[in-house]
Write a protein that binds this ligand. Structure first.
Ligand SMILES: Nc1ncnc2c1ncn2[C@@H]1O[C@H](COP(=O)(O)OP(=O)(O)O)[C@@H](O)[C@H]1O
Ligand SMILES: [Mg+2]
Length: 319
């Protein structure tokens, strides 16, 4: 349905580093298929939201191609943009910030329905959408304002609004990370249903590999702008090949394992002390990798493919 091929995003830096460039995404590729959840996992600053913006044509890549249903699209062509906005919908982290607080649910959902020319009785369609996201009975929510709903209910309204456009692809950028832990699973289950039952394609962006393991079909791991490992979720989480993926799994809570949790230090990539160009000269994880060798800071590791489309980029595989 939606493909990103070798997407790179470079941005000019400001202030003291004026004149230099920062690579936010480095040659990233992804394929989203109908009925499947693909996860993009990485810590803060790794380039996930930048890639999401490019996939939704909210930003232009410096290099690379976006294809929708096999056809190359460009954010510069008006017709492409219009078609894309209907087909690819973004759900963001903060439901309160992403929806207008001044309007009732009824109004928020009627707008995309009108814009995308949905036929039939408007009120009935709104109720159906509300019930599709498990806000039942739908009538009860029509005249609610944001402050009358919980965060979880409000994120469901945001999902209903995304569905109102009749999309083929949903992109959730950390869509449950601001919700109460107790309701995250319910919202993830809703996404899984929308893929399995309604045949949507989904990109689930998260810093939490445990949640990706729980509901994604495929997992891609990104570190400092570069994808380092990818493959079927089961393979990636049971037999992680890249030392970064191994570290992520060791430090994430696992219900089947009760070892002590060791928190990963968070690195702010835009921080002055991190030189992204230097990181990308080799394996970006080299500076934190327990197995780093001299070659790791010198040359980017090639991609090694294992069974079932499981791949990783690490010099350890090249012995
Ligand atoms: N417009 C911008 N100009 C400069 N740097 C940016 C811009 N947007 C994002 N960045 C930087 O790019 C990196 C990747 O950001 P982002 O895609 O938001 O990462 P993530 O979503 O994984 O946390 C971050 O270090 C961020 O500071
Ligand atoms: Mg982000």
């Amino acid at each position: 349905m939606l493909e990103a091929v070798d997407i790179t995003k470079r941005m000019p830096l400001h202030g003291r580093r004026h004149g230099q460039w920062f690579t936010a995404v480095d040659s990233a590729s992804l394929t989203l298929e109908a009925g499947k959840v693909v996860a993009l996992v990485g810590e803060s600053g790794s380039g996930k939201s930048t890639l999401a913006r490019i996939l939704t044509l909210g930003d232009e890549p410096s290099a690379g191609t976006i294809r929708l249903a096999g056809r190359e699209v460009s954010g510069r062509r008006r017709a492409d943009r219009q078609a894309h906005f209907g087909q690819v919908q973004l759900i963001m982290q903060d439901p309160f910030a992403s929806l207008n607080q001044l309007h009732k649910v009824r109004y928020i959902l009627s707008r995309p329905l009108r814009n995308f020319g949905v036929a039939g009785d408007l009120r009935q369609r709104i109720i159906e959408l509300l019930e599709r996201v498990n806000l039942t009975p739908g009538e009860q929510y029509l005249d609610k304002y944001p402050h009358e709903l919980s965060g979880g209910q409000w994120q469901r309204v945001a999902i209903a609004r995304a569905l109102a456009a009749g999309p083929a692809v949903l992109i959730g950028d950390e869509p449950v990370s601001m919700l109460d832990v107790s309701i995250r699973l319910d919202v993830l289950r809703l996404f899984a249903d929308l893929c399995a039952q309604d045949g949507l394609a989904m990109l689930y962006i998260t810093h939490d590999i445990a949640s990706a393991r729980y509901f994604a079909d495929e997992i891609n791991v990104i570190y400092a702008a570069r994808m380092v490992e990818g493959g079927p979720a089961e393979e990636v989480t049971q037999r992680p090949r890249h030392p970064y993926t191994q570290l992520l799994l060791e430090s994430s809570p696992d219900p089947d394992r009760d070892s002590e949790r060791t928190a990963l230090p968070i690195v702010d990539a835009a921080n002055e002390s991190v030189d992204r160009e230097q990181e990308l000269a080799g394996c970006p994880f080299a500076a934190r990798c327990p197995h780093a060798m001299p070659v790791c800071t010198e040359k980017p590791p090639p991609r090694t493919t294992f069974t079932d489309g499981h791949w990783s980029r690490c010099w350890l595989h090249e012995e």
